[in-house]
Design a protein around this ligand. Structure first.
Ligand code: GRF
Length: 206
């Protein structure tokens, strides 16, 4: 169970692809047991199929509430026994149903140096603001919009006269390296946490 993750995505899935490539290259020691996608027809679904990753695709419009579709997601996650939920371009706030089912075990990647430019189109926001430095943040997920505890950040300088497209490409190149590496670190920490818990249990039963 310890090294099984689920990826949540809504769109292109370039980060999903980077995670899968890292797994295949043994740079990331885990199994991607499930892709959750809230947009039928999103490109990431086809990517998951080419990697042989099981998908759970749903349309939020078919559920009376967020709690209802999140409850179904939890059911699917329990079936495949994942420990970590990795958001990679999942364009939806995580609700209390998922947060309570996986406390402290949901992470997200965001294309800015949080707390600057949370929410949608962070790259466009930074570009329009004319910042000289921006970057990528990986953070734990809480009930807010990109507000959880920061795990990792990498900065880059915006070049003089750089186009938005160029900035986006350079930010995504950082994401594709930083996310697999950070997931690996998080999984290792999870293992240590569990070992300590097991030792503690052993001690307390002797
Ligand atoms: C990434 O820039 C990520 O930081 C943000 O959404 C984008 C998803 O891109 N949360 P992709 O679908 O992984 O290509």
């Amino acid at each position: 169970m310890s090294r099984r993750i689920a990826v949540f995505a809504s769109g292109t899935g370039s980060n999903f692809d980077a995670i899968m490539k890292a797994v295949e290259a043994d740079r990331l020691d885990c199994e991607v047991a499930l892709l959750i996608c809230d947009r039928p027809g999103a490109k990431v679904i086809e990517k998951a199929r080419t990697y042989g990753v099981t998908t759970f695709v749903f349309d939020p419009k078919n559920y009376p509430s967020k709690a209802d579709f999140e409850q179904e997601i939890v059911t699917e996650l329990k079936k495949v026994e994942v420990e970590w939920l990795v958001l990679a371009g999942y364009m939806r706030l995580i609700g209390l149903t998922l947060l309570h089912a996986y406390p402290s075990n949901i992470i997200n990647i965001h294309p800015s140096l949080l707390p600057a430019f949370p929410g949608k189109d962070a790259i466009g926001q930074a570009f329009e603001a004319g910042v000289k430095v921006t970057g990528v943040t990986i953070h734990y997920v809480d009930e807010g919009m990109d507000t959880g505890k920061i795990i990792e950040q990498e900065a880059l300088y915006v070049e003089e006269g750089e186009s938005r497209d160029s900035l986006q490409q350079r930010i995504q190149a950082i994401e594709h390296k930083l996310y697999p590496a950070t997931i690996q670190t998080i999984l290792n920490l999870g293992d240590k946490r569990r070992e300590r818990g097991t030792k503690h249990e052993e001690k307390s039963t002797t």
